[in-house]
Design a protein around this ligand. Structure first.
Ligand code: IGP
Length: 261
């Protein structure tokens, strides 16, 4: 078993528990409001920086990144920095996040919010909507082609955008379908935690141009971003590089300023 198998096994148990506590019918009632803002994909297309900034307390590869921050300050800081969107980890066991974090982020800023989660069940997509997300992540490494289709179509019917994450060519080939909005290449192998920006460069050539391309993980400097832009990437998902500092918003602001110079 690799870590991804452990995470998805835990996730199935967790989702079944939560389904018992809050039935879908009740979740659907708690959908707060329909938001009428520019989508993350649209923002990435017109932005010069293309930064999606993440709230991440810890990770299986790095253990604790930052435990001393509150989500409200981070969300406000990211918004003030001029990021295109915010990603909020909602997994508790491996990343120290929660659905409450998503709700707090929703109440604190107007940015498009990505629910960063290991989605293996439709229930989690309805939850994402109920807790204020605008975008869901689907990870090709843990889903079949049929699940990707079913989950992305459900998301679209709920007015949620879909970021589909791949790490290799086989995952990409099985995933290409019209119900996706953005294609993310994870530079980190979720099974070994190895990071290489070459993953983005190599896969970019075979991602059809009609998808907004996002490069995810391991980005900590501005130079690689200009290279990745030449490969067609419009979005850059950054977590640790901001979260490891005392003030992630200020770090994101300085980073974006440097990028735009
Ligand atoms: O902290 P980094 O290296 O900047 O990475 C952010 C983000 O890409 C990473 O957290 C991530 C990408 N895909 C995921 C899937 C699940 C959990 C986490 C992730």
């Amino acid at each position: 078993m690799n870590i991804l198998d452990n995470i998805t096994a835990d996730k199935r148990k967790e989702v079944n528990l939560r389904k018992g506590l809050i039935p879908v019918s009740q979740l659907e009632h708690s959908v707060l409001f329909e938001r009428d803002t520019i989508s993350l994909a649209e923002r990435l297309k017109t932005s010069t920086s293309g930064i999606i900034a993440e709230h991440k307390r810890r990770s299986p590869s790095k253990s604790i990144i930052n435990n001393n921050l509150n989500v409200q300050d981070v969300a406000r800081g990211y918004e003030d920095a001029g990021v295109c969107g915010m990603s909020v980890l909602t997994d508790g066991k491996y990343f120290g996040g929660s659905l409450d974090d998503l709700l707090t982020a929703r109440a604190s800023c107007n940015l498009p919010l990505l629910r960063k989660e290991f989605i293996i069940d439709e229930y989690q997509i309805i939850e994402a909507k109920a807790y204020g997300a605008d975008v869901i992540l689907l990870i090709a490494a843990i889903l079949s082609k049929e699940e990707i289709k079913q989950f992305s179509e459900l998301a679209k019917s709920l007015n949620l955008d879909v970021l589909l994450e791949v790490h290799n060519e086989a995952e990409l080939q099985k995933s290409i379908m019209p119900s996706l909005d953005m294609l993310g290449v994870n530079n980190r192998n979720l099974k070994t935690f190895e990071v290489s920006l070459d993953t983005s460069k190599n896969l970019s050539q075979i991602i059809p141009d009609d998808f907004v391309k996002v490069s995810e993980s391991g980005i900590s400097a501005i130079e690689p971003i200009s290279v990745l832009k030449d490969y067609g990437f419009r979005g850059f998902l950054i977590g640790e590089n901001f979260m490891k500092t005392e003030n992630p918003g200020a770090s994101a602001k300085a980073f974006i300023k440097a990028l735009e110079q």
